[in-house]
Design a protein around this ligand. Structure first.
Ligand code: SF4
Length: 182
């Protein structure tokens, strides 16, 4: 089967050019989530596990850039709302667009534990020794990762993304779907 490796420049939606400010705003909730998660894990366990969590958060970004973005319609384009597509074009060659759905579903699961591990660490800690500060940190983590981050993605970052149907929080909003080639 012929590979679909067309350039984003050939499509009308790629004329969108998100500013650096937009890209940062889109990334801030994820950065906050990783930092809050690391603090929770540090307080519940130790600094080594907290640093490993930060490394996992960074690896999650690289996972996207290396393994998912090369298959995306927005690879190499400033129409990618979080900027990963531009970074991906610097380190990876364009891959077959038509495989995006399969590649996304297979790889996105690798970062799901980032949303779960701090909560597990917090529950473990709260059961052993109740602490108001741990409770507050955990509420902040849940609000950021499960409310603010998906809200910004739905309303701001990913609203025009052709891949939104494959995203685990965009799909739940009944979006119209991705490009027909995917
Ligand atoms: S829209 Fe998502 S998958 Fe596509 S290039 Fe941007 S970060 Fe990667």
């Amino acid at each position: 089967m012929k590979e679909n490796v067309t350039s984003c420049k050939e499509f009308e939606d790629c004329s969108i050019k998100y500013s650096a400010l937009h890209v940062w705003l889109d990334n801030i909730p994820y950065i906050v989530m990783i930092l809050l998660g690391a603090v929770i894990i540090y307080l519940a366990h130790n600094i080594l596990l907290a640093l490993l969590f930060v490394a996992y958060g960074a690896a999650g970004v690289l996972w996207f850039i290396y393994l998912i973005c090369p298959f995306c319609h927005y690879y190499g384009s400033k129409a990618c709302p979080c900027g990963y597509g531009v970074l991906s074009a610097k380190v990876m060659k364009k891959k077959d667009d038509s495989k995006f759905n399969k590649v996304f579903k297979r790889n996105v699961l690798a970062i799901v534990p980032l949303w779960i591990l701090p909560v597990v660490a917090s529950v473990y800690s709260l059961i052993n020794i109740f602490s108001v500060s741990m409770l507050i940190l955990t509420v902040l983590f849940i609000v950021d990762s499960c409310v603010i981050l998906p809200w910004i993605s739905r309303k701001y970052g990913c609203v025009d993304c052709p891949n939104k149907e494959e995203c685990f929080w965009m799909a739940s909003k009944g979006s119209k779907g991705s490009r027909e080639s995917k």
